[in-house]
Design a protein around this ligand. Structure first.
Ligand SMILES: Nc1ncnc2c1ncn2[C@@H]1O[C@H](COP(=O)(O)OP(=O)(O)OP(=O)(O)O)[C@@H](O)[C@H]1O
Length: 438
């Protein structure tokens, strides 16, 4: 007789199923004992203080650019990485304190689905073996026959055929492989599945089928789902709530419709502006962010997004417009990035048959690095830009850094914004967001 794919037990809905508090995962990058002795203890701050909750039956999407720490967060929640700090409470038990041995009973409840289905399936095992193996480990089913029957049920449940049980992973298409991965995760009747970019490696036409399958399974089985994605377009129809992640931290959380209609964080706004909309009236102007995500080895101070933020806040005594400040701040960030090479600028000028003295190089750097018109800056700011460019042309990077840091400070780089209640279950960590709570 086949077993039932039962839904998770009903429990009180006041307590979240999963509560992540202050979770950190840092990867030590110091070379060895000597590095540590001399205090050279660089670490990648992949997850750096995350708070999240997942309630029963809920789908929480975690969205952010590549490298912002989503996979590390998923793996640390499941105790596949040792947490550096913080806690992960699952039904009141702090998983991050458990040894791998103590984790075993929880492994059954907490499953993961991976981005690359083929890489996550053993190529030498049949689908039947892949799906029955975890059942054996966790003592599900009384006999091999029972487990095989259950495997056939699962295959049908995920849209495959019972006859597929004898096949090997490479005999399936990408979408079918992901269905096998989902069946394997379901084999243990989990309560929560962390799906790490489960459709990113699939053709667009197949993505919708897998998303629909996950949605359907979640409804039918009462599963909780943490759905990791690198853009907002795939999560709209599967998520109940969305947490937007930037450089190891959650910057905004909201119910999905609220997030799409009323984004608060400039980072979320930029991600949303990249989502294709059918109705032209819904289309926002595309916000292209400067540069790429900074290194988690040395994340920016204050608000980590300040180096790329199109809404960065001027200091109180700024005499110009906000737009002029943002141009000056973008110039500042180029200078501080340390990536500018005055010799390369000189070579370029030479190739164009122009003057190559320091003053010409400085003018060239201003033209390249300051967005908009230098005349729009207040006069002292314009002078600071020019002095910094002169210092750069003379290869005095230290002086250039000092000038731009003093001339263009922002509260965003000094103070770390805390999550602020924006009403309707919505919170954002941005200095521009003011509390709507009581
Ligand atoms: N085992 C590791 N050792 C050192 N650094 C790591 C390790 N795993 C991840 N990282 C670093 O941690 C940061 C976050 O990586 P992570 O894979 O969690 O990001 P992500 O948002 O999931 O990105 P992607 O979508 O590309 O997978 C990256 O800078 C990555 O290089």
């Amino acid at each position: 007789m086949s077993m039932q794919l039962t839904s998770a037990d009903e429990t009180s809905d006041t307590e979240p199923l999963l509560a992540v508090r202050g979770l950190k995962k840092h990867f030590d990058q110091s070379g060895g004992v000597l590095d540590r002795l001399v205090g050279d203890t660089a670490s990648v701050r992949a997850v750096d203080g995350v708070d999240l909750t997942v309630t029963e039956g809920e789908t929480l999407a975690i969205v952010g650019e590549s490298g912002c720490g989503k996979s590390t967060l998923g793996r640390t929640i499941l105790n596949l990485h040792d947490a550096t700090d913080g806690s992960v409470e699952y039904r009141g038990t702090n998983l991050s304190e458990l040894s791998q041995q103590e984790m075993r009973p929880y492994r059954r409840d907490l499953q993961m689905i991976f981005q690359d289905p083929l890489a996550s399936l053993n190529p030498r095992q049949t689908v039947g073996e892949i799906i029955t193996a975890p059942m054996e480990v966790h003592g599900i089913g009384d006999s091999d026959e029972g487990r095989l029957e259950r495997t056939k049920d699962l295959l049908r449940r995920v849209g495959l055929k019972a006859g597929h049980i004898e096949r090997y992973p490479n005999q399936f298409s990408g979408g079918q492989q992901q269905r096998v991965g989902i069946a394997r995760a379901l084999a243990l009747e989990p309560e929560l599945i962390i799906a790490d970019e489960p459709v990113s490696a699939l053709d667009v036409s197949v993505q919708a089928q897998i998303l629909n399958l996950l949605d359907e399974l979640q409804d039918d089985l009462g599963l909780s789902l943490v759905f990791i994605a690198h853009n907002l377009s795939v999560v709209r129809h599967v998520a109940d709530r969305v947490a937007v992640m930037y450089l190891g931290r959650i910057v905004e959380t909201a119910p999905v419709a609220e997030l799409y209609e009323n984004p608060q964080h400039p980072y979320t706004k930029s991600l949303l502006s990249a989502v294709p909309r059918i109705d032209p009236a819904d289309r926002d102007e595309r916000i292209i962010l400067e540069g790429s995500v900074p290194s988690p080895l040395d994340p920016p101070s204050g608000c980590r997004f300040h180096t790329r933020c199109p809404m960065v806040i001027p200091p109180e005594d700024w005499a110009g417009t906000d737009e002029a400040f943002r141009a000056a701040f973008a110039f500042r960030n180029h200078v501080l990035s340390g990536e500018l090479d005055p010799d390369a600028a000189r070579t370029r000028l030479e190739a164009e048959g122009r003057e190559t003295d320091d003053s010409s190089v400085a003018s060239y750097l201003v033209a390249q690095l300051l967005p908009g018109d230098p005349e729009a800056l207040p006069s002292d700011a314009g002078e600071a830009v020019r002095s910094a460019a002169d210092a750069l042309a003379a290869a005095d990077h230290e002086r250039a850094n000092e000038i731009v840091e003093n001339a263009f400070p922002s509260p965003c780089e000094r103070e770390t914004p805390q999550p602020t209640d924006a009403g309707d279950g919505h919170a954002a960590a941005c200095h521009r967001v003011t509390s709507q709570g009581s």
